[in-house]
Design a protein around this ligand. Structure first.
Ligand code: ADP
Length: 449
């Protein structure tokens, strides 16, 4: 492996942009292609079009050092690249299956310009079997192109840190050597991780990365299975939370005791308003649909998805009972991003909750420190957006904490009580300390506690 490779990344979403700036920060020459002109314009000015901790300093620096080259044209970029990463979106179709049109469009366009020996790497999340189809497409070319599945596991909000210190790197291919080269590229990021973290303004971390070279189909299935299992854990915790509510148990205590079993693990057992975002919902529905195509009924995942969809409504119903109805009640929803640390409001439970409350007749004011503008189009028009948490809370009967941003976790509860008309705090992610809330003469409602 050379010190400096020429790499093209196709697709400037969370996955593609993060990979591109990290490879550029290592010292490779990186082209980043996107068909979205506004994204490319932003990047050329050294700016990210979404909020993600640490990403902007890396973009700015790589633009300055001239080895990060955002572009809208394939030809010049692809024809000089040794590695081409596909990171385009794979949204879901109305029937829940994965829409692979961007994946195939990118592969077809790249194929026109790839030199013999280029390695084409799929980072987009695709259903098992997709790579085989792309290999077939590539086999129609006279040039030999190797295809590697190299799924991405980063989480939004921790994208840079997750990519600098990943738990594992997976590369699956028919050609073992091609997969090995992709692993080596990633090892290059790990080696320079402390320096890149400093440039990004992030705290250094210690983490041992495992490297897996697998067959093509296994690599594809690892990615969707990992996300599906995490979604399953969340929905499992939420199902037990409903039981805890009825039975007078406290889900935090229950899952504390359950998660301390090392065979189970505590992560993703927090009950609350459920998962959202651009990955889990579509990965779950994509897995169900791809299993069905293979004649396998994955009803365990259908159940997980149904439980997840029920959670915002469950929380609204719990609050409705405590408030004696929602009609004309003034409520605030704090948190519209699907999780803390990101401006991403795709399929956000906070947005869904705000809309349910509004449909039930409540007057809803919402606020998010980063996601107000992204959430706007999915919010009902009558949901008002506030410019600060204080402005949202003022004169409200109930306040819903729907995203665990630090500023909500550390909310000044004395001031909150003073600003509110009512006294109900609905902790939709079980993120507050119940005793601290009650000590301020506020009524605490959690999920399963
Ligand atoms: P994620 O955030 O999960 O990485 P997104 O869907 O936000 O995924 O981003 C994918 C990006 O890929 C978008 O910016 C989109 O414009 C871009 N894209 C989609 N198809 C193509 C294509 N054929 N060529 C280049 N870029 C593409």
């Amino acid at each position: 492996m050379r010190q400096s490779e020429v790499i093209t990344v196709i697709g400037a979403g969370y996955v593609g942009l993060t990979a591109a700036v990290l490879f550029a920060s290592v010292g490779h020459k990186v082209h980043l292609i996107d068909v979205n002109e506004s994204r490319i314009k932003h990047l050329k000015r050294g700016k990210s079009f979404f909020y993600e901790q640490g990403i902007e300093p890396l973009i700015k620096r790589s633009i300055k050092t001239n080895n990060f080259l955002p572009t809208m044209t394939y030809k010049d970029a692809i024809s000089e690249s040794d590695f081409v990463f596909s990171c385009v979106g794979t949204p879901d179709n109305p029937d829940g299956s994965s829409n692979l049109s961007y994946v195939f469009a990118a592969a077809e366009e790249a194929l026109k310009y790839m030199r013999p020996g280029t390695i084409y790497i799929q980072k987009s999340t695709v259903p098992v079997g997709t790579g085989r189809h792309i290999e077939k497409l590539f086999s129609s070319s006279k040039n030999k192109i190797d295809y590697v599945s190299n799924p991405e596991f980063l989480g939004e909000g921790t994208a840079i840190s997750d990519s600098l210190w990943p738990d594992r790197i997976v590369a699956g291919a028919a050609n073992h050597l091609a997969a090995k080269k992709v692993v080596l590229l990633h090892k290059g990021i790990s080696k320079t991780a402390p320096r890149i973290a400093r440039l990004a303004g992030l705290e250094p971390k210690k983490n041992k990365t495992e490297y897996y070279i697998t067959n093509l189909n296994s690599a594809e299935l690892i990615k969707v299975t990992a996300n599906a299992f995490l979604a399953l854990k969340i929905s499992f915790a939420n199902s037990i939370a409903k039981l805890a509510d009825r039975a007078g148990a406290d889900i935090k205590e229950v899952m504390g005791g359950v998660g301390s079993d090392r065979r189970i693990g505590a992560a993703f057992l927090n009950a609350g308003r459920g998962y959202g975002g651009g990955c889990f919902p579509k990965d779950v529905s994509g897995l169900i649909s791809s299993a069905a195509e293979h004649g396998v009924d994955l009803h365990i995942m259908t159940a997980a998805s149904d439980v997840n969809s029920s959670m915002p409504g469950y929380i609204a119903a719990k609050a409705k009972e405590a408030l004696g109805g929602l009609s004309n009640k003034e409520v605030a929803v704090l948190g519209l991003a699907f999780k803390a640390g990101t401006s991403d409001a795709r399929r956000s439970p906070g947005v869904k909750l705000a809309n349910i409350l509004s449909r039930e007749g409540a007057k809803v004011t919402a606020y998010d420190p980063k996601a107000n503008s992204e959430a706007r189009e999915d919010l009902l028009k009558r949901v008002i957006l506030a410019e600060s948490a204080e402005a949202a809370i003022k004169d409200k009967d109930a306040v819903f904490i729907a995203t665990d941003w630090p500023e909500f976790k550390d909310l000044d509860l004395v001031n909150t009580k003073r600003l509110m008309t009512g006294n109900i705090i609905v902790d939709c992610m079980n993120t507050l300390d119940k005793k601290r809330v009650e000590a301020c003469n506020l009524t605490y409602l959690g999920v399963g506690c």
